[in-house]
Ligand binder design. Structure first.
Ligand code: CDP
Length: 212
């Protein structure tokens, strides 16, 4: 049997990665969090003292960089990196670079198992051919509350009102950018993740079983 691709897209802090990791665990799928690739690249650009607005230097940096690790790390979860990732995510060259990496990783994994990938443009652009597409929605206030708690948990000082503002700004940037804006992919199942996680899981299981 051909292995399946499941995509999970949605705005910042909507719980995409948690849903994807639940699916990966339950069905023994490989999980790729595409946001980590944008975050790590932003981290490396800042570490190399390159300005996030300096397209030319960023391109030179990409030309010298082979692959970006998709491994999560606490240093990638700060608000500084969240903001920097969404800043660089507007550049077409960066998106192309990351898309190639995602395709290489998934092509390799699909030989052995199904794959679940989460992000903003996964079902609409990167893996349009996916077997199941999910788009997660949660209102901005609930997302900001969850994000605030996550930041406190990793020891970052934060203010709820500021987090809410940052989330709204990032939503706007992700939705309005010219290259691969965040949108509900064609034929996607919309999941409301505002209630309990068990309620979300119930909806997810129903969709996967119906499409298996
Ligand atoms: O975890 P959170 O939902 O806050 O963000 P993330 O998924 O880690 O993504 C960080 C930033 O990377 C987003 O705000 C997007 O601007 C960008 N991104 C993207 O443009 N396309 C993707 N497929 C994934 C992330």
């Amino acid at each position: 049997m051909k292995h399946k691709i499941i995509t999970i897209d949605g705005p910042a802090g909507s719980g995409k990665a948690r849903i994807a990791s639940y699916i990966a665990k339950k069905w023994k799928y490989y999980h790729l969090d595409s946001g980590i690739l944008y975050r790590r690249l932003a981290y490396l650009i800042l570490k190399n003292k390159i300005k996030l607005s300096d397209k030319k230097q960023i391109e030179n940096f990409l030309a010298k960089t082979n692959t970006i690790s998709p491994r999560n790390s606490i240093k990638l979860r700060t608000e500084k990196i969240s903001k920097a990732a969404s800043k660089i995510a507007i550049y077409k060259k960066i998106r192309n670079y990351i898309n190639i990496q995602q395709k290489n990783i998934i092509q390799k994994e699909l030989k052995n198992r199904g794959c679940v990938i989460d992000g903003r443009d996964i079902g609409s652009v990167v893996f349009k051919e996916a077997n199941i597409k999910i788009f997660v929605i949660v209102n901005a206030k609930i997302r900001a509350k969850r994000r605030y708690k996550q930041l406190i948990d990793i020891g970052e000082k934060s203010i709820y009102a500021k987090i809410l503002e940052e989330i709204k700004l990032r939503d706007n940037k992700d939705k309005k950018r010219k290259n691969s804006p965040m949108k509900v992919p064609y034929k996607a199942h919309i999941i409301d993740n505002s209630e309990s996680f068990s309620n979300t899981i119930f909806q997810i299981n129903k969709i996967i079983q119906k499409n298996s």
